[in-house]
Write a protein that binds this ligand. Structure first.
Ligand code: NAD
Length: 489
């Protein structure tokens, strides 16, 4: 296990020499430790990133950067199996999910290698002006030093979503992974080292949010802050960015609705509802954690849903056949249990799960949980739980479904299931959310924009939007007329 920081292409010990324990959530055992980076370490990392940006990296072509991104993907690919296992030990998720994540992370580096190449082709785009005395072209220049702070639910994948577009754009990076799941980000640094990425282009500083994270968000040498995490932390990052007007993008929480109409196929609906809330133990920002079922189909759907939920296998992520692993940490486990207790106290009906599985007395395991009929103004229905807890309410008609779905301070995602394509499209268009799925929930593609409305965030990641996050747009306008300007003469 690596207990050092990766700064300026070197493995260095943290300035004050502190360390943080890493715990396997399936066993509650300490499996190692990582460096607790401090303000000084962040300062060193930002200086290294600045020097790299001001050095040869700043004038690389997209084609050159694409070469490094592909090499990084190759380096990750060589360790793909080990990386997936590491992710399970650190985060708890079932191995097939971790394998999926690692493959997606590799795909993300390859995708942005492609966009880096395309960037060369659209550099210096001529722009037609109505005034023929001037000629204009538009440049896309890297934003500078990017400070990137990521959460624990998809450790390597979230790192890839941040690092790949930044490097493709020509920015340099200081990455701060979550203190709960720091291991795969350090392996990303190893892959960067192996792929020959120049020193200082990618720096990885592990550490606590309140120390390393807050130092990074306040550092005057950072040009861009990219954050994924909770709303309260997002607000702190936004305040820090306001101090010196940093460019900022935020991917925050959600409480997304899944609307199922009477004409939906019950079996398909059950399958996607389960995937929408129990994948990754429900620790998914876009989880469709609020189920809205039309009255007519509700009894049949709920009966099948509860029966299918009880079939979900729960256990350590490395054990074959497991569909639900432990929650990520003691703190998260406690938080979710408290929300379940609050839901029961608020009068919602617990129709499945809600307890520790009887055969698992260690690890942060929780039965997949379903509450029926929480009040619309209850915490259970309104607040993000970030665990395997589904809340169900009924609706009468399309307007009622949309009203309930949109009555949320979040606007990350939403899903609709109906056999009527026109209705599904109307509802998709009516949802105030950045991501909408029709007849499915959660499939995520590197080509498509990702991000939310309202308190779910600012900006979009992935696709070409992810690249734009790390680009500044510059107009270059030239006076080409033979006539003098003649304003003062
Ligand atoms: P969190 O906000 O507690 O932590 C996220 C990161 O911020 C961690 O690296 C943490 O160390 C750091 N941090 C904490 N305090 C900080 C501070 N004061 N200054 C700077 N950095 C600080 O969130 P979490 O518990 O790791 O993740 C769960 C949340 O993330 C959920 O709300 C979830 O919805 C959200 N999330 C959103 C997306 C998305 O794409 N929208 C994806 C994944 C997770």
């Amino acid at each position: 296990m690596r207990d050092q920081l990766y700064i300026n292409g070197q493995w260095v010990s943290p300035d004050l020499g502190g360390h943080l324990q890493v715990i396997d959530p399936a066993t509650e055992h300490v499996i190692g430790s990582v460096a607790a980076g401090t303000e000084e370490d962040i300062d060193n990392a930002v200086r290294a990133a600045r020097a790299a940006f001001d050095g040869p990296w700043g004038s690389t072509s997209g084609e050159q950067r694409a070469g490094w991104l592909d090499s990084l993907a190759d380096a990750l690919e060589q360790d793909q199996a080990a990386l997936a296992e590491l992710e399970v030990r650190d985060n708890g998720k079932p191995l097939p999910e971790a394998q999926w994540d690692v493959a997606d992370a590799i795909g993300c580096f390859r995708f942005y290698a492609g966009l880096a190449r395309e960037l060369d082709a659209r550099q210096d785009e001529p722009l037609a002006l109505a005034d023929p005395r001037f000629r204009c072209h538009v440049r896309h220049e890297p934003v500078g030093v990017a400070g990137q702070i990521i959460p624990w639910n998809y450790p390597l994948l979230m790192a890839a979503w941040k690092v790949a577009p930044a490097l493709a754009a020509g920015a340099t990076v200081v990455l701060k992974p979550s203190e709960l799941t720091p291991l795969s980000a350090l392996e990303l640094a190893v892959a960067a080292e192996r792929s020959g990425l120049p020193p200082g282009v990618l720096n990885v500083v592990t550490g606590l949010g309140a120390e390393a994270g807050s130092a990074l968000s306040a550092h005057p040498g950072v040009d861009k802050l990219a954050f994924t995490g909770s709303v309260p932390t997002g607000a702190k990052i936004m305040s820090a960015a306001a101090h010196d007007i940093k460019n900022i993008s935020l991917e925050l929480g959600g409480k997304s609705a899944f609307i199922v109409f009477d004409d939906a196929d019950v079996e398909a609906a059950v399958e996607w509802i389960l995937f929408g809330i129990f994948w990754n133990q429900g620790q998914v920002c876009s989880a469709t954690s609020r189920l809205l079922v039309q009255q007519g189909i509700a009894p049949r759907l709920l009966e099948r849903l509860v029966a299918a939920t009880r079939q979900i296998t729960i256990g350590p992520g490395l054990e074959p056949g497991m569909l639900l692993g432990p929650l990520v940490s003691a703190g998260q486990y406690e938080k979710v249990l408290q929300m379940i207790a609050r839901g029961e106290a608020e009068g919602a009906r617990l129709i499945s799960g809600g307890r520790r599985p009887k055969d698992l007395d260690r690890g942060y395991f929780l039965q997949p949980t379903i509450f029926d009929q929480p009040a619309e103004d209850s915490a259970l229905w309104r607040d993000e739980i970030f665990g395997p807890v589904l809340c169900v309410r009924r609706f009468t008609d399309e307007a009622d479904a949309l009203r309930q779905a949109n009555a949320s301070r979040f606007g990350l995602a939403g899903a609709v299931m109906s056999a009527d394509p026109a209705r599904a499209t109307r509802v998709a268009n009516g949802l105030r959310a950045g991501i909408v799925w029709i007849n499915c929930s959660q499939p995520t593609f590197v080509e498509a924009p990702w991000g939310g409305m309202k308190q779910s965030g600012i900006g979009r990641e992935l696709g070409r939007w992810g690249l734009e996050n790390y680009l500044e747009v510059k107009q270059v306008t030239e006076y080409v007329s033979a006539e003098p300007w003649g304003w003062y003469s």
